[in-house]
Design a protein. Structure first.
Length: 330
């Protein structure tokens, strides 16, 4: 019997016990959940540019993952308090080269993201306003430290955590894990002669490889954030075998990221979590809050053999330590 199977057997028994306890003590159960709130372009939908998620630990620590273009800047009322910002990689749709002015502008397929955030980025604007830590791996911390300083923030708020290490911030343990994707910084995020030279050459600046994240919350929930990775051996050897991630946020958009059937293989055969939230669908996946037939999101749902929780913008989902959704999930 493998260690992973043994851990899952125990987790399943624990989950059953927690459900019984939760039925008797609902207030206590609510105090021990991780809340996950998607911040998309259109309320109650899962749309083409949606990337951003806010995780709230039971102790109140709030983590923004890949702010991208669908957070309406640092004053977006949906943000609340933000303590930590995570960035998987430097592409504009994740770090935020532009953004919405408010929700429900344009269509779900083509939201209006006409507010430029260059050269600082939506991520940096949010971090400065909230005095939040930006936690990244690879060679990204030095880039963000300079951006924070240029924006009047504290460069010490850009913090490094490399693969194999761990950093605890606000009671949440954070580590980075390998991702296979690209990670060039567009010249549009830079200023001066270097930006012009890079633009003329058609290349971006290097800040090392992209990353995924593994987060361990104070209620014991372990979450894998895939970023835009393709299939990797580490998803089995590291994310499953070592960290035993219970909840996964998995990119499914195809062409630029893992496609829906490839993503289903990652979930079913490699990571083997207890629940998954699809991300980066690159489509208007829902209408009226329901997944549309013929979409990548629908194909992913059909291909996965465990609960798939669609991230509807503004709808908070709550997960216990065993990765069971106890409220807010469709």
């Amino acid at each position: 019997m493998s260690q992973g199977f043994f851990r899952r057997t125990l987790a399943g028994a624990g989950a059953s016990a927690c459900l019984l306890l939760g039925a008797a003590l609902p207030a206590l159960a609510d105090d021990h959940v991780v809340k996950v709130t998607p911040l998309g372009s259109h309320d109650g939908e899962f749309c083409s540019r949606d990337r951003a998620l806010v995780f709230e630990d039971p102790n109140g620590t709030r983590i923004l993952y890949d702010a991208g273009r669908t957070v309406a800047g640092p004053n977006d009322p949906r943000l609340g308090k933000i303590d930590v910002v995570l960035v998987s990689h430097m592409h504009g749709d994740h770090v935020g080269d532009q953004r919405i002015s408010e929700t429900n502008q344009g269509s779900c397929a083509s939201p209006d993201t006409g507010v430029s955030t260059l050269p600082q980025s939506n991520t940096v604007d949010i971090a400065v306003k909230h005095n939040a830590k930006i936690v990244t791996g690879s060679e990204m911390p030095a880039f963000f430290a300079a951006k924070l300083q240029n924006a009047g923030g504290d460069p010490a708020n850009s913090m490094l955590v490399r693969f194999g290490g761990e950093r605890e911030v606000g009671g949440v343990a954070i580590t980075t894990v390998p991702a296979v994707h690209s990670n060039g910084v567009s010249p549009s995020f830079l200023t001066g002669p270097l930006a012009e030279h890079l633009k003329a050459a058609g290349v971006g600046a290097s800040v090392g490889p992209p990353t995924g994240y593994v987060l361990k919350f104070s209620n014991g929930l372990v979450v894998y954030l895939s970023g835009d990775t393709g299939i990797t051996a580490e998803q089995k050897l590291v994310v499953n075998d070592h960290y035993d991630a219970g909840l996964v946020v998995m990119n499914i958009g195809d062409t630029y990221t893992t496609g829906p059937t490839q993503a289903a293989y990652v979930i079913n055969d490699l990571v083997q979590p207890r629940a998954v939230i699809p991300s980066h669908a690159n489509e208007p996946a829902t209408s009226g809050g329901k997944v549309q037939e013929g979409t990548r999101t629908a194909l992913f749902q059909e291909s996965v053999n465990l609960p798939v929780h669609v991230p509807l913008s503004g709808r908070t989902m709550a997960f216990n330590g065993a990765a069971s959704c106890v409220s807010g999930c469709k």
